[in-house]
Design a protein around this ligand. Structure first.
Ligand code: TPP
Ligand code: MG
Length: 319
């Protein structure tokens, strides 16, 4: 890997972190409506995964989607504008936090209903298979989604039809306020995919390079007809499930324990101890990322709201 590539991964993780720290403040000021689920702590998963994709590979995820959008190449200012419900947002201010998408970047969203995007991933992959395109679909979802019917239908069909899908379970230990062991019959998520004959493995979701390497290997097998694969990324969200979560289900010590494995800190130490980049260079990347996000906030705040004339645009039914 070239030095610029190492630094770009760092840049993306820091941009996600700063973007969401700013979003949390804007939410508290009442400038963001609806729900806001932060990805803070999980940045290495999507950054590593998506850095391994080719442009023809599709990406689809759940509602914890701001970081995934950024990794897919959507500029921070369009993400921030979407959070503020502005016309300049990536979904024209209509989607908000949970529904960001840009199919021109092969990013298929942002889905609010737990597990509902898994059958869509099977459909995207079936389309590629049918048309003879060598592409993989990367479908990300939480541990909680593995308890829902969509998951089982989608994984089963993906194996029956040998679909090119990389199923990625982001096991952040909780589905809202429910710990995995309280809701899932098995705590090892891989067992569920194993039941459908799908090959599986697990990675440290706090280590961006480990995620990237695993994804690179798996995606090349999938693209060449290897069929579906299930990857479990062990991770943790440092913030509440969504804004306003009283977090009565976990102790501060548990959060502090995981914060010692902050994916950005781990990667920063790796880059400097391996002599890939100096602390000064990494500081510069952090400052530049902070500046990008500052400008994104200014852009979003200065942008207009969608007008009433747009109400009937992009809908299926004629008014
Ligand atoms: C079908 C459905 N049921 C319930 C909800 C409410 N809900 C939103 S998030 C969530 C927990 C999902 O947990 P997980 O899949 O682990 O994702 P995480 O939030 O941890 O990223 C629930 C139950 C929903 N959005 N959709
Ligand atoms: Mg979860």
């Amino acid at each position: 890997m070239k030095k610029e590539e190492y630094l770009e991964l760092f840049n993306q993780m820091v941009q996600i972190r700063r973007l969401e720290e700013n979003a949390a403040e804007l939410y508290q000021q009442g400038l963001i409506g609806g729900f806001l689920h932060l990805y803070i702590g999980q940045e290495a998963v999507s950054t590593g995964l998506i850095s391994a994709r080719l442009p023809e590979d599709r990406v689809i995820t759940a509602y914890r989607d701001h970081g995934v959008a950024l990794n897919c190449g959507i500029p921070a200012k369009q993400i921030m504008a979407e959070l503020l419900g502005k016309k300049t947002g990536i979904s024209h201010g209509r989607g908000g936090s949970m529904h960001m998408a840009d199919v021109t970047k092969n990013y298929w969203g942002g889905h609010a209903i737990v597990g509902a995007h898994l059958p869509l991933a099977s459909g995207l992959a079936l389309g590629d298979l049918y048309k003879g395109r060598k592409a993989a679909t990367i479908c990300m979802f939480g541990d909680g989604a593995t308890n829902i019917g969509f998951f089982h239908e989608a994984l089963n069909l993906s194996k029956v039809w040998n679909l090119p899908v990389l199923w990625v379970c982001e096991n952040n230990q909780y589905g809202m306020g429910t710990a995995v062991a309280r809701a899932s019959a098995v705590s090892d998520m891989r067992q569920k995919a194993g039941g459908y004959g799908i090959p599986t493995s697990r990675v440290d979701g706090m280590n961006v390079l480990e995620v990237r390497q695993a994804a690179q290997d798996i995606l090349s097998t999938i693209r060449s007809g290897g069929g579906p694969y299930f990857l479990e990324a062990e991770t943790y969200r440092f913030r509440g499930h969504s804004m306003g979560d009283p977090e009565r289900y976990r102790k501060p010590e548990e959060i502090h324990h995981w914060e010692e494995s902050d994916p950005i800190g781990i990667y920063h130490r790796y880059l400097s101890t391996q002599g890939i980049a100096s602390d000064e260079e990494l500081c510069q990347v952090e400052d530049a990322a902070g500046e990008v996000i500052k400008q994104a906030v200014e852009f979003a705040q200065a942008s207009p709201e969608p007008g009433p004339e747009e109400l009937f645009e992009n809908i299926y039914m004629e008014p």
